[in-house]
Design a binder for this molecule. Structure first.
Ligand SMILES: [Zn+2]
Length: 451
């Protein structure tokens, strides 16, 4: 709690820096990865919230500009998450009761400190979603830019399961007929959602699954009102039928079976996006298995006190690792990585997400950096993984104003102390985070500089 208060103080300090539309800032001498490729050492000139120039600054730009020397630093676009959640957790607990303006802003600040400057909250958003989205848009110093699916559309008595997800006043629409599905889509359109989220999963046969006529109606209606559809899935069969139905985004990896060449081809032909979220399953055992990680500031600073305390308890660690669900989770991770490799080789568009924020073990900020590492174990080069998490993730969302370091784009930037192309773990060495042309954080480790 003490730490959070200090953080708010730091953020307020950065927010107080001048940020008028005419202010020019030159970020000098950093090595730049522009979201697609290495540009070498170039200056990046910012004006207001945008990038004015990439390359040597001219005399006029240099005259009145504030200049920041980033010699030895590495600069890239801020990360973009296509699948996270906000306002769903509090300490060791989770549920819809946490969805308040302050908790959502707390989460958006944490994303921002970890260099994730744009976040899509893919479902289980409360009524406050639209107003918080507008507030953060007007004041980027407040946290990562928010997009989202509103409450989302789930199955009657099925996913997302109210009890497991802690949905006391269940916000999720659960249509029982195709007409109700169309009505739910239209209502969410009116509420201003950025994307429609569908949960199509029987959770290992434990719950009824959304019927095909329901999700087909929802997808058709969403396209009619110009919204794209992201679907939560787990199994190959669900993914294949959703792709056939024209879903735009598969929001989790296929984890029950190796993906068929026919489905790879269908996704490639239709331009269906795929967000693997590999970290989602390993989060069930990762921290119990690696208790030493809890001593590293990069993870430690992402955890509420209660979570860090519990995870350090050897009894909890043993219990967690002995859980009946753990062998399945390990298999799911292995299959997810295998399918990710196949899809990359097949040229399917890959998005970036983790499901962070939905539950305490899906750690906001840390999960994203871990996901980058996991992608490299599935055969991505560091540059390819970073392209997915920046330019490709922005493209998935149709946000052509970000994800690239180029003239006219938003100045949402991540500055690192070491080269992420050499070693993907270097994304964790955050030196500074810029949002809309303002430095908003020194990264999660800045709290160690506080008294
Ligand atoms: Zn999710």
């Amino acid at each position: 709690m003490h730490r959070r208060t200090l953080m708010l103080g730091l953020i307020a300090t950065f927010a107080a820096l001048p940020a008028a539309a005419t202010d020019t800032v030159i970020l000098e001498n950093a090595r730049v990865f522009d979201g697609r490729r290495d540009l070498g050492i170039v200056d990046v000139v910012l004006q207001g919230e945008r990038i004015l120039h990439v390359g040597k600054a001219n005399d006029a730009q240099r005259r009145d500009a504030r200049r920041i020397d980033y010699t030895g630093k590495h600069l890239l676009p801020g990360l973009v998450s296509n699948h996270s959640h906000v306002g769903n957790t509090g300490g060791l607990e989770h549920g819809d009761r946490f969805y308040t303006r302050d908790v959502v802003v707390r989460d958006l600040q944490q994303f921002q400190r970890y260099g994730v400057t744009t976040v899509t909250s893919l479902g289980m958003n409360g009524d406050a979603f639209a107003s918080i989205r507008a507030e953060v848009r007007n004041d980027p110093g407040l946290g990562a830019q928010l997009y989202g699916a509103g409450a989302g559309i789930g199955a009657v008595a099925g996913a997302p399961p109210t009890q497991i997800m802690g949905l006391a006043n269940d916000p999720v629409a659960r249509p029982a007929t195709p007409d109700e599905a169309r009505a739910a889509v239209r209502a969410q359109k009116v509420a201003g959602v950025d994307v429609i989220k569908l949960w199509v999963d029987d959770l290992g046969g434990r719950f009824p699954m959304m019927a095909p006529e329901i999700y087909r109606a929802a997808i058709d209606e969403a396209h009619r009102v110009d919204l794209r559809v992201a679907a939560h899935i787990h199994d190959h069969a669900q993914a294949a039928d959703l792709v056939d139905a024209g879903v735009d985004i598969i929001a989790h990896g296929i984890r029950d079976a190796a993906i068929s060449p026919a489905l790879v081809k269908a996704m490639k032909d239709k331009g269906t996006w795929y967000i693997p979220t590999v970290n989602i399953d390993e989060a069930n055992y990762l921290y119990a298995e690696n208790p030493a990680w809890l001593q590293t500031p990069f993870l430690r600073h992402a955890l509420p006190e209660a979570v860090a305390t519990r995870w350090q308890d050897p009894q909890w660690q043993a219990q967690q690792l002995a859980g009946a669900n753990i062998p399945g989770a390990r298999k799911a991770v292995a299959m997810n990585l295998r399918n990710l490799r196949t899809l990359r080789e097949g040229g399917v568009d890959i998005g970036f997400g983790t499901d962070s924020g939905a539950m305490p073990q899906r750690v906001i900020g840390f999960a994203e950096h871990r996901e980058l590492e996991l992608m490299t174990t599935a055969g991505f080069t560091s540059a390819q993984a970073l392209a997915v998490a920046t330019s490709e993730a922005a493209r998935l969302q149709g946000l052509n104003d970000r994800g690239i370091v180029a003239v006219g784009k938003r100045a949402d930037l991540l500055v690192l102390d070491a080269d992420p192309l050499q070693d993907i773990l270097n994304t964790r060495r955050i030196h500074a985070v810029w949002q809309a042309g303002r430095q908003v954080s020194d990264g999660p480790s800045d709290v160690t500089h506080a008294p």
